[in-house]
Design a protein around this ligand. Structure first.
Ligand code: FAD
Length: 418
């Protein structure tokens, strides 16, 4: 953190206080200034670093391809030039919506005019025996990635990854390329089961296996074994013990909304927001991973999206509303994941699909899976198929109904089908 953007004296408040210095919080501050907001802005967060991108933590930062400086969301001077102040290394533990006041580390308080809650989520921890042993890693912030890198440097070679979602699989890809013996344990019967269809799952599992990753599917973790200090293995419910020097746990997040819910904000899985990202508390917005909202692309179901695109879009929606130019949130969800030389780009939500169309040949390692519900195109997973991703977005936005035979015809560009 650069000294000139940390106030010399501890601030007592700001016109807009933003809790969380991740993607959503940083983008909210940027968007407020872009909208012409002239009041004071204070970003408060547990992190000690300036805002940085999280996706590279399980990708280019973990491989060493990108330094920390290269994953900063903006260079240090940017924040000072725009008079955006930071209070790093600070936990917010209490929200008083009547007094418009926050309780922060050290028993201090901060006054806010408007509050933007952008606190993301905490990695879900294992609840079994041995979960606190050294060598067990989450993958959520820079410190997590640095701890894992330090153990690889110190010679750790046997890795068990628990959870075959995107973060687990990306970590597995980096670890096996770094020369580790990698096992992945997943309680579902297929990888990426929560987010993708069966064709994509089968393709990704096969790619990982071809690189040497071994999978234990439909497997429950009984406990983590250790020597009293460090992890030595992962015991599965069927009695199998997988030897391990390091364990990476990628089993999702718990939305960090405790203080808001305690203050009376509506919410169950995260905090509920309306189309302008307003919570049920006066002058309190919530954005990013922690914000539960009715999403058109999920058939108006109330969901949380954990993606950079959503964090940025919600930040802009909240900033506009605060600046008196409200425009409801209606962005098409998108996501990406890099594993080996495979670039996956997703647009839309496959949730509730009733049919899929395969476009292209997985054996050629460039193809798309198109998800349909009631005949409408609702999502695409595009593997090394950037053109399909860019053109398919329009089909998703339009909810286009297109014959499956046409969708699978790779001679016809998707944009010609609208
Ligand atoms: P965060 O970025 O998590 O920021 C929240 C901040 O709030 C944190 O700094 C936290 O310390 C702080 N905080 C929490 N509680 C408090 C409190 N009480 N007081 C003070 N501070 C608090 N998305 C994609 O679209 N593509 C990808 O490829 C991709 N890869 C990812 C890889 C990894 C390893 C991870 C972890 C995430 C990835 N994501 C990806 C998801 C994406 O990074 C998140 O959706 C995004 O960071 C959400 O932004 P956010 O601001 O809501 O939360």
């Amino acid at each position: 953190m650069s000294a000139d953007i940390i106030p010399n004296t501890t601030p007592t408040g700001a016109d807009v206080v933003i809790v969380g210095t991740g993607h959503a919080g940083a983008q909210a501050a940027i968007a407020l200034r872009q909208q012409g907001f002239a009041g004071s802005i204070l970003l408060v967060g547990r992190d000690r670093d300036l805002p940085y991108e999280r996706p590279p933590l399980s990708k280019e930062y973990l491989t060493g391809a990108k330094s920390f400086e290269r994953i900063l969301i903006r260079p240090p001077a940017f924040w000072a030039e725009r008079q955006i102040a930071f209070l790093p290394g600070t936990n917010v533990s209490r929200v008083d919506p009547v007094a418009h006041e926050l309780g922060i580390s050290g028993g201090r308080t901060l006054a806010y005019g408007t509050l933007i809650w952008a606190a993301g989520g905490d990695p879900r921890r294992l609840s079994c025996g041995g979960a606190d042993l050294a060598g067990i890693h989450a993958m959520r912030d820079r410190a997590d990635a640095d701890r894992l890198l330090a153990e690889l440097d110190a010679g750790a070679r046997r890795a068990v990854v628990i959870g075959a979602g995107y973060i687990g699989l990306e970590s597995a890809a980096v670890l096996v390329k770094a020369g580790c013996d990698v096992r992945v344990v997943e309680q579902q019967e297929r990888v990426l089961a929560r987010v993708a269809g069966a064709d994509l799952s089968a393709f990704y599992q096969a790619e990982h296996e071809a690189q040497g990753v071994r999978f234990h599917m439909g497997a429950a973790v009984e406990c983590i074994e250790g020597d009293g200090e460090r992890v030595t293995g992962v015991r599965l419910a069927d009695g199998t013990v997988l030897p391990a020097d390091i364990v990476v746990v990628g089993i999702g997040i718990v939305p960090a909304v405790g203080p808001l819910i305690a203050a009376g904000a509506a919410g169950a899985n995260g905090v509920d927001v309306d189309e302008f990202c307003r919570t049920s508390l006066p002058d309190v917005y919530a954005i990013g991973d922690c914000a539960a909202h009715a999403n058109r692309y999920a058939g108006n179901a109330v969901i949380r999206l954990e993606s950079v695109g959503n964090a940025n879009d919600m930040a802009s929606v909240a900033a506009r509303a605060i600046c008196g130019d409200p425009q409801g949130y209606d962005a098409v969800p998108w996501f990406w994941s890099n594993q080996y030389d495979l670039k996956l780009q997703t647009v839309g939500l496959a949730l509730g699909h009733d049919a899929t169309v395969l476009r292209g040949d997985p054996a050629a390692r460039s193809f798309s899976v198109i998800y349909l519900r009631g005949g409408q195109v609702i999502a695409l997973d595009c593997v090394n198929a950037t053109r399909d991703y860019a053109q398919g977005r329009k089909l998703v936005e339009a909810g286009a109904v297109i014959a499956p035979e046409l969708l699978m015809d790779t001679e016809t560009p998707l944009k010609a089908m609208l």
